[in-house]
Design a protein around this ligand. Sequence first.
Ligand SMILES: [Zn+2]
Length: 448
Amino acid sequence: MWYNPGEYRLLVSLASLLAPAFLSMNVEKESNRQNLQVNAKRLWDTIMETANIGGTAVGGICRQALTDNDRRVRDWFVKECESIGCTVTVDEVGNIFAHRRGKNNSLPPIAMGSHLDTQPSGGKFDGIVGVLSGLEVVRTLNDASYVTSAPLEVVNWTNEEGSRFAPPMLGSGVFAGVFDLDFAYSRKDRDGRKFGEELERIGYGGKVKCGDHRLGAYFELHIEQGPVLEAENKMIGVVTGVQSQRWYEVTVTGRESHAGSTPMHLRKDAMLACARMVEAINQIALSHAPLAVSTVGLVEVNPNSRNVIPGSVFFSVDLRHPNDTVLGEMDKELKAAVEKVVTAMGLKAKLDNFWSAPSVKFDEVCIDAVRTTVEDLGYSYRYMISGAGHDAVYIARVAPTAMIFIPCQNGISHNELENTEPEYVAAGANTLLSTIIGHDKAVQHSGA
Ligand SMILES: [Zn+2]
C-alpha cells in the first residue's frame, strides 16, 4: 500500500508518538519481571489464617509433628498448592513437595521451604514463614505469568522441631541420608506412639522414596530466633552457615551430710562444685569471645533439701562455636575445668559428651545469590551464622543451600509470644523471590 506524502508524514508522526509508549510498556514489563514484589498483605493474611490451626489462647501455636493439627495444616497446604497449579508429592517420611513446572523440566528444581510443625507452645513464625513465603513466591510468579527456567518446589519438611519425636530435623535428615527410614519410623513420643504409625494415621505416609529426589538448590527463609538483627537494626541476615555444637551431661558426686553439724572444711558439697564449674564454663565462652557461647540450662540437685549438703548434682552443658577447631579447644577446657574443681575439692565427676553436630558452611554461590539480591533490593543486611539448627543444615549435605534470616521481636522464639513485623516478613519473602529468580537466571546461563 502506498501513501501520499501528507499521509506518510502523519503516519510517521503517529508512529513516533506511539513508539515511546510501546517501548516504555515493554521496558516496564521487563523491569517488572526483574523487580517482582510479593503480595505482602496476602502473605501476612495467609500466615494469620494458618495460625488458627492449633492456635493457642495467647496467640501461639501448638502443632506438634504428626498430630491432628499437623494433618490439618498439611491438608490446607496441599489443597492450596494444588489450587495454584502445583503438583504435590509426599515421600515416605511425610515431606511434602509442591512442584511448579519450569521451561526446562530436565533441570533439578530450585527448592524453597521449611517446616509447618511447631513446639508444643510455639509461635506463629518459626518455620511457617519459610514455607508460606515459598507459596507466596509461586503465587506472585503465577500472577506475573513468569515461568522460571528450572522448575520450583515449595517443601514442608516433617518433624523439624523434634519436640514430640526426637531428634529434630528428622524429615530433612532422612532426605539427606543422615538417618535411615527405619530409625525415623521407630521414634516414639512420650505416650509410646511410633512416628511411623502416626504418619500413617494422619495419611501422610507417602509412596515416593525419601531422598530419591535431586534438588538444584535450596533456600530457606526463617526468623532469626535471636536478637542480633533487631539490635543492629538490620532487615536481613545473609546466613553463611550454622555453628558447631556439643551437648554434655555432668554428674558431680560429693557427700550428703547435715547442714548444721558439718563444719565447712569437712564438707564435700556437690552443689558448690557445680557452681564453680558453671562459672568456669561461662569463662570458657568468654575467653573465645565474641562467637563462643556456653550454657548450663538444666540442673538437678540431690537430695534438694534445704538442710542437707547436696550429695550429687546432675547438669547439662551446651557449647557452641562456628569453628570446629575452636569448639574442640573449648571441649578440652571444659574437661580440664571439671577435673580441676573435683581435684581441689576431693569429689568425683562424670562428663559425658553424648551429642555433637559439626559446623555447616552453606554454598558460596547460593550465599552470593542472597547477598546480591539484598543489595539490589536495598535492604540493610549483615552476614551471620545460625545459632539454631534448621532443615537447611541437613539439606546442605545434598544440595547447594543458603538461608535468609529476618528479625524477630526481642529475639524470642520457641515461645507463644514469638513475633515479627509484616515489613520484615515482606522483605524476607521479596529476598526469597528475587534470589530464586536471580539464581534461576544464573543456572540458565551456566547451562547447568
Ligand atoms: Zn524452625
